[in-house]
Structures are given as C-alpha cells and as structure tokens.
Design a binder for this molecule. Structure first.
Ligand SMILES: O=C(O)CCC(=O)C(=O)O
Ligand SMILES: [Fe+2]
Length: 243
C-alpha cells in the first residue's frame, strides 16, 4: 500500500486544542499527522518540490518566480535583488524573501496533475482535515484551504504583517511545519506574534510535524534565518476560508 501523505494522528485531544484556540486565538498542534505521513510529506518538500522565489523590495514587487526563472537569474541580478531588499529593510519599506511553490496555482494550472502536491491539496480540503480545523477553531463556516510550500533559507525572512484579507474570506492562517526534529532556536525562522508595541507575545519554533493555526488578521512575522542555519525551514502554509 502506498504511504499516505496525510493521515491525521488519531490521538489528538480536540477539546483541549479548541479551548486553547478560544483563549489565545492561536494554537499549535504537535504531531498533527502520523509519523509516516509527516516523513513522506517532508520528502516531497526536500526532494520533489521545484522551488521558486517570492520577493519584494518596497514598491518593487511582490514578485513570484518559478524554479526555471530562478535558475536563469544571473549573479548580477541576484546581487541587485539582495541589495534592494537590504536597503528596504534598512529604511522603512516593506520587503521579504523566501522560496516557494504555489500549490493551489499549480493545481489549477495542471502543472503536474495528480502529483504529490495535488494530492496534498485534496487532503487539505477533504472533510477529515476541515472537520479538525472547524472543531479546533469553533468556526463551522470554514470550507476550503489554499496552500503553498515555503522554504526559508539563510538570509530569508517575512517581516511583520497582518494577513489583512478578511474581505476575501480568509479566517484562519495555518503553517504545517516540517523541519528537522532538532531545529536549534538560534537558527531563527520562528513564527512570531507581536503586540501593538512591537513586543513578541508568542513564537513557534520550526518543528517536524506541527500545525500552527491563528485567527487573522493578527500581527505576525517569520523571523530572519541567519547565514549559519542549515537550509530546511520547510512548511506548507495557507489560509482556511469561509468562501
Ligand atoms: O511560514 C510562516 O510561519 C508564516 C507565513 C505567513 O505569515 C504568510 O505567508 O503570510
Ligand atoms: Fe502571514
């Protein structure tokens, strides 16, 4: 029998998770999948995902490059992009940089029909998973999820923002973290939550097989991954929507 990419851990304490989400508007579900499913999904990210690049530097962007476009960037273009991002963050402009593979876009464009990313997207939108999320969040209207694979490599980051797309039906953001078990806190890449004064009120370390959920809008960021971190802040992320 092929290994499933998405078997939920049957032992989750849904009542406890739901109490925590109601209290904090966020919760992290550790060991959300079975060990085998999480390992299979990690292999898809580490071996079978054609990573593109998402970046922005102030008014320049957001840009979404696919893997082929990234491969064709000249060293001069790479350096110029890095400098633009650097200057934006030195000042007050918004910028970001991370590797990504847009799973929903690829599904709709039939880029790799019935490939592992398509199967994953179907599981994310299947009743067992949506039921878990509806129960934990107590939002019965949640009806679908989009998805992208993301990889924050050294020197990448996603600064403070709020996911302000409520008008498009975004209700709950999710990050399924699929990193090494022994991620060192000093390697950055935390999903951090902030108060209005800029103080960090919570932060989730990159983990293997942990699903973070939070109601949006909310002030959050992915902290900078320093040059000495190993490549590997892998996740599947997106939003659960009510329409
Ligand atoms: O990867 C994460 O931890 C969060 C990603 C995020 O905030 C976003 O894509 O809007
Ligand atoms: Fe976000």
């Amino acid at each position: 029998m092929p290994i499933s990419l998405f078997d939920l851990n049957p032992a989750l304490d849904r009542a406890d998770l739901s109490r925590r989400f109601a209290r904090d508007r966020r919760v992290q579900i550790r060991d959300v999948l079975t060990e085998d499913a999480a390992a299979a999904l990690h292999r898809v990210l580490a071996r079978d995902t054609p990573w593109g690049l998402a970046w922005r530097a102030g008014e320049d962007g957001p840009h979404g490059l696919d893997a082929g476009e990234v491969a064709r960037l000249s060293p001069t273009e790479r350096q110029a992009t890095g400098e633009r991002i650097f200057r934006s963050m030195q000042g007050r402009d918004y910028a970001f940089s991370y590797a990504r593979y847009p799973i929903l876009d690829a599904y709709l464009a039939k880029t790799n029909p019935d490939g592992p990313h398509d199967i994953l997207l179907e599981h994310l939108n299947d009743q067992p998973f949506l039921d878990l999320i509806r129960t934990v969040t107590s939002i019965p209207e949640l009806r679908k999820a989009d998805a992208q694979a993301t990889l924050f490599a050294p020197n990448q980051f996603l600064p403070l923002h709020i996911d302000s797309h409520a008008a498009e039906g975004w209700r709950v953001a999710y990050v399924l973290s699929l990193c090494r078990e022994d991620w060192r806190p000093d390697w950055g890449g935390y999903l951090q939550f902030f108060d209005e004064d800029g103080d960090v009120i919570a932060g989730y370390k990159p983990r293997f097989n942990a699903l973070s959920l939070f109601a949006v809008p909310a002030l959050h960021a992915v902290s900078y991954v320093p040059p000495f971190a190993p490549v590997g802040r892998y996740s599947i992320t997106g939003w659960f929507r009510d329409r």
